[in-house]
Design a binder for this molecule. Structure first.
Ligand SMILES: C[S@@+](CC[C@H](N)C(=O)[O-])C[C@H]1O[C@@H](n2cnc3c(N)ncnc32)[C@H](O)[C@@H]1O
Length: 271
C-alpha cells in the first residue's frame, strides 16, 4: 500500500467524508464525530440523502454498462466504505472475470476494504491519493490487476468535489486519461449547486465540512465546470446529466424527484 493520510491522522477525532457518506446511506461504519457532522449536513441540507442514494444508483448503472460494453478491468478511485453492492459485485453480475482495483486515500476505507472487498476474486485495494496519478497507476497492486494496454473503466464517482480548484481536478483527470489506452471509459459524478441556487442550505452544508474540520472540504461546481473534466473524452449518451436522468432503470424521473438531486454524472470514452 502507498501513502494515504499520515498515520497520526488515522483517528476518530475528525469527521471523514467516507464515513459521513456511509451515514447518509444509512450505514453503520461511522463514529460519533462523523454522525454529528453528517447530521448537521442533513439538518441544513436534507437533499444530501436522496442525492447520495441517486449517486450510488448511478454508479451501479454505469458499472453495469461498462461490463456490458466489454470492459474487463476497472480502477475505482474514491472507493468509499464498502456498501453492497460494491463495484466488483455489480460488474461480476455481468461478467465474473472483471478485475477491480479500488483506490482511496483514507486508511479507514483500507481497513474496511481488507475485510469486505478483498475476499472476492479479482479485486485489490490501493491506499493512495488521486492527486498523485503516478503513485496510483504505478502501484504494484494496480500492476498485478490492471493491464494499462487494454481498455480500463476509470471510476471517479463523487470524489472530485473533494478537490479544490487549486488542486487542478481538470489537469488530474487529463493525466489519468493520458495514461489509459483508447477505448477506456470514464465514469464521473460530481456535486453541484445548480439545482439549489435559491437554497442556502447547500452553502451551509459545505461550511459544515470546513467548520468541523473534516479531512476534506467540498467544492460544488457548475455544469460547465464539470463538463470540462471530460475534456479529451467523447460523451456516451445521454451526456452529462443530473444523475436520475442517466439511463434510468424505470420511468424517466419527473421534476419533483429531480429538484432534490444535486449531482451531475456521465460516462465518456477515450477516443
Ligand atoms: C463520497 S465517497 C464516494 C464513494 C463512492 N465512489 C460512491 O460514489 O459511492 C468519496 C470517497 O473519496 C475518497 N477521497 C477523497 N479525496 C480523495 C483523494 N484525494 N484521493 C483518493 N480518495 C479520496 C474519500 O476517502 C471517500 O472514500
Amino acid at each position: 500500500m502507498s501513502d494515504g493520510f499520515p498515520a497520526r491522522e488515522i483517528d476518530t477525532s475528525r469527521p471523514h467524508p467516507a464515513r459521513m457518506y456511509d451515514y447518509y446511506l444509512g450505514g453503520k461504519d461511522n463514529y460519533e464525530v462523523d454522525r454529528e457532522a453528517a447530521q448537521s449536513v442533513i439538518d441544513v441540507f436534507p437533499d444530501i440523502v436522496p442525492t447520495t442514494r441517486a449517486n450510488r444508483a448511478f454508479m451501479h448503472r454505469a458499472v453495469r454498462l461498462l461490463a456490458e460494453r466489454g470492459i474487463r478491468q476497472i480502477v475505482d478511485i474514491g472507493t468509499g466504505i464498502p456498501t453492497s453492492p460494491n463495484t466488483h459485485e455489480v460488474a461480476h453480475a455481468v461478467s465474473p472475470d472483471v478485475r477491480v482495483a479500488y483506490v482511496d486515500n483514507d486508511p479507514i476505507v483500507a481497513t474496511h476494504a481488507g475485510a469486505r472487498l478483498l475476499g472476492a476474486d479479482h479485486t485489490g485495494f490501493v491506499l493512495a491519493d488521486l492527486r498523485d496519478p503516478r503513485a496510483v497507476l504505478g502501484h504494484p497492486a494496480i500492476g498485478e490487476l490492471i493491464d494499462l494496454d487494454q481498455p480500463v473503466g476509470l471510476l471517479m464517482v463523487a470524489v472530485l468535489h473533494f478537490l479544490t480548484d487549486a488542486e487542478d481536478p481538470v489537469g488530474l483527470v487529463a493525466a489519468y486519461r493520458e495514461a489509459l489506452p483508447a477505448g477506456s471509459l470514464l465514469v464521473l459524478s460530481h456535486a453541484t449547486g445548480d439545482f439549489h441556487r435559491h437554497d442556502h442550505g447547500i452553502d451551509r452544508a459545505r461550511d459544515v465540512y470546513q467548520d468541523k474540520k473534516a479531512t476534506a472540504t467540498v467544492t460544488t461546481r457548475t455544469r460547465e465546470e464539470i463538463a470540462a473534466l471530460f475534456d479529451g473524452f467523447e460523451m456516451v449518451d445521454p451526456g452529462l446529466v443530473q444523475l436520475p436522468l442517466w439511463h434510468p432503470d424505470g420511468p424517466v424521473p419527473g421534476p419533483e424527484e429531480l429538484r432534490h438531486i444535486g449531482v451531475y454524472g456521465g460516462v465518456a470514452r477515450k477516443p
